[in-house]
Write a protein that binds this ligand. Structure first.
Ligand SMILES: [Zn+2]
Ligand SMILES: [Zn+2]
Length: 384
């Protein structure tokens, strides 16, 4: 299947930069773009330039007081004590110059992707600079200042009146988006992540189900540490299909963090590239089966920016435009260009070697995840 897809990108993405030693480095977006260009998979007419989100748009989700604090922080005009109340100036989310402007571009990129899809410019749209799912209404957290996905969902609700399915496969719980729509029956969130027992942000239990009118529209699958491809793929496949059938969305928004990979330095899941080939394929099917193709995909976490993120996001893009994942060797020009700067040996193939993961407790973990899936899926059968 060949579909029209838009790739939202501008060099402005690189301005979202905390400091040199921070784990989040948006250079991974550029590395992905260049990988795709070197492989002749990203024609220039597919690239869409993002706009900056207006303050009014950001305020669809975030409190005005918080936006003002971010603005002041970025101009060094905010007292430390005041900044900390808004989650700004922490180790995870430090203050940097012009952070409001940089974060507004992230939101703008995601809104640009939404508009491209809603105005029939493209059927699917991708914004890899986005997916900052830990941003709260009045608080920064976990490397996220403004929650572009949440702003975009509000925008879809208010401007287009659509029922939105948000699917988050980042290794961390998609907490900011979940709590933002916890009482909203028109937004269904499904987050598949490593259990919060050992990992930030600690939430995302299967019993977090939504409240008031929104009760029954929140789904969580907190996977065991060391979950590998087969188990991840199997529970993801059932979860997304059953939740989509239960909710019947008008549009799907996916957060495609690439930190469930076994190489990722911040998490304990053990996926290989196989998982990242599979995730977008099923999201793509759902988009066509339920939403007339309407699909907005975002980036997210991913802290092995050399070996993992460019390939994982390259696969995502290729599924969006071709419906297929890529195989074979990475373009030698890209490998040559970056091998010196990369602190590790770059992989030469789109696929990972099977040998990179070996999990001693595979059966036990698979069984645990299966049980978890069953307890989550019972909620798709009826709304209580
Ligand atoms: Zn398609
Ligand atoms: Zn993450």
């Amino acid at each position: 299947m060949k579909c029209s897809a838009g790739f939202v990108f501008s060099e402005n993405t690189l301005n979202y930069h905390f400091h040199e030693d921070h784990p989040l480095n948006q250079k991974r977006v550029m590395l992905t773009k260049e990988l795709l260009e070197a492989a002749n998979l990203l024609p220039s007419q597919s690239i869409i330039s993002p706009r900056m989100a207006t303050e009014e748009e950001i305020a669809l989700f975030h409190d005005i007081a918080y936006i003002q604090a971010v603005k002041k922080a970025g101009k060094s005009q905010l007292l430390e004590s005041e900044a900390l109340q808004f989650g700004l100036g922490t180790e995870d989310t430090p203050i940097f110059s012009n952070m409001h402007e940089a974060a507004s571009y992230v939101v703008g990129g995601t809104l640009t992707a939404v508009d491209a899809v809603m105005q029939n410019q493209t059927m699917h749209a991708l914004h890899l600079g986005g997916g900052l799912h830990h941003g709260f209404k009045r608080k920064a957290a976990g490397f996220c200042i403004y929650n572009d996905g949440a702003v975009a969902i509000k925008y879809l609700r208010e401007k287009y009146d659509l029922r939105v399915l948000y699917v988050d496969t980042d290794a961390h719980h998609g907490d900011g988006v979940q709590w933002g729509f916890y009482d909203d029956p028109n937004v269904c969130t499904l987050s598949i992540h490593e259990t919060g027992r050992y990992l930030f942000p600690g939430t995302g239990n299967v019993n977090e189900r939504g409240i008031k009118q929104g009760h029954g529209y929140t789904f969580n699958l907190p996977l065991d540490a060391f979950t590998e491809d087969d188990s991840f793929i199997s529970v993801y496949d059932s979860a997304i299909k059953e939740v989509a059938e239960f909710f019947r969305p008008d549009i799907i928004v996916t957060q495609n963090g690439a930190d469930a990979h076994c190489y990722d330095p911040l998490t304990h899941l053990c996926s290989t590239m196989k998982t990242f080939e599979y995730i977008p394929k099923i999201a793509h099917e759902i988009a066509h089966d339920y939403c007339g193709g309407k699909w907005v995909a975002l980036g997210g976490g991913g802290y092995d920016m050399w070996r993992v993120v460019p390939r994982a996001w390259g696969q995502l893009w290729n599924v969006m435009q071709e419906g297929q994942h890529l195989t074979g060797k990475l373009p030698s020009s890209w490998l040559k260009q970056w091998s010196e700067e990369a602190p590790t040996t770059l992989p030469e193939y789109w696929q990972d070697d099977k040998e990179i993961v070996s999990i001693p407790r595979k059966e036990e973990i698979t069984e645990k995840n299966k049980k978890l899936l069953q307890s989550m899926l019972k909620y798709t059968k009826k709304i209580m």
